[in-house]
Design a protein around this ligand. Structure first.
Ligand SMILES: Cc1cn([C@H]2C[C@H](O)[C@@H](COP(=O)(O)OP(=O)(O)O)O2)c(=O)[nH]c1=O
Length: 207
C-alpha cells in the first residue's frame, strides 16, 4: 500500500511555540513521523545539541529545587546561553537542510518578560530584547505555529505568558499561525495542510 510522507523544503525554518501542555510535543512527534529523517533537523530549545546545553536544560528542569536558578533573570539568561550556543548549528542546518524548532526566543519573551520575572529584576525591556535579537538574528522563521490552549493546568503557565504570546502574534502576524483547538488527528492535518499550502512542504509517495 502507498504511504504518503512529507518532505520539508530545503531552507525552511518551522517553529513550534506556545504554552505548556498544549499538545506541541505530540504534534512535533507526529510531524517527525511523517518526514524523512535526513532532510530535516529537529531541535529543542534549550537542550540543543551539546553536553553543555543538555546539562543546562537538565538543571533548569531540576529534579530538586536547589538545581534550578532562584532568580528569574538567571533562568532566562541560562536559556539564552543555550540559544547562543545552538544558533550556529541551527543556521547551518537551515542552510543545508530544513529546520524544525521546538521553542525559540518567543518562549524567552513570553515566559521571562511577560511572565514577569525578568521585568522584576530591573533589566529594561529594550536591553532584554536587544540581547535576544543579537543571539537570534541569524535565524529567520518561515512559519511559527502557536499553541495557546493548555489541556491541563501547568504551573509554568504563569499569568501573562498567554498575553505575551498574543502580543508576539500581533507583532509578527505574517509569519505566525494560531493552531485551533481540535483532536490530535485534526491538528496534525492542520499543520500538514498549512505547510503544503504555504509551499513549505511537499508530498512524496513511498511504496
Ligand atoms: C526556550 C525557553 C523555554 N522556557 C520555558 C518554557 C517551559 O515552561 C520550560 C521548559 O520547556 P520545554 O522543555 O519545552 O517544556 P515541556 O516539554 O515541558 O513542554 O522552559 C523559558 O522560560 N525560556 C526559554 O527561552
Amino acid at each position: 500500500m502507498a504511504k504518503t510522507d512529507l518532505t520539508i523544503r530545503r531552507g525552511a525554518v518551522i517553529v513550534f511555540e506556545g504554552l505548556d501542555q498544549t499538545g506541541k510535543s505530540t504534534q512535533l512527534n507526529r510531524l517527525r513521523g511523517s518526514l524523512d529523517a535526513e532532510s530535516t533537523v529537529f531541535a529543542h530549545m534549550p537542550s540543543g545539541f551539546t553536553t553543555f546545553t543538555e546539562r543546562v536544560y537538565r538543571a533548569l528542569e531540576g529534579e530538586t529545587a536547589d538545581e534550578k536558578p532562584r532568580s528569574g533573570l538567571a533562568q532566562q539568561l541560562a536559556h539564552l546561553a543555550c540559544h547562543a550556543e545552538s544558533v550556529p548549528d541551527l543556521k547551518r542546518a537551515a542552510e543545508t537542510r530544513s529546520l524544525i524548532l521546538d521553542r525559540w526566543w518567543w518562549s524567552t519573551l513570553a515566559y521571562g518578560w511577560y511572565g514577569g520575572s525578568v521585568k522584576q529584576s530591573g533589566l529594561p525591556e529594550s536591553s532584554f530584547k536587544e540581547l535576544i535579537d543579537t543571539i537570534w538574528s541569524p535565524i529567520m522563521p518561515s512559519i511559527v505555529f502557536v499553541f495557546l490552549e493548555p489541556h491541563h493546568l501547568d504551573p509554568n503557565n504563569a499569568p501573562g505568558v498567554q498575553d505575551g504570546y498574543r502580543a508576539l502574534l500581533d507583532e509578527y502576524a505574517e509569519s505566525a499561525v494560531v493552531v485551533p483547538v481540535a483532536s490530535e488527528e485534526e491538528t496534525h492535518s492542520f499543520v500538514t495542510e498549512t505547510l503544503l499550502n504555504r509551499g513549505l512542504a511537499a508530498r512524496v509517495e513511498n511504496r
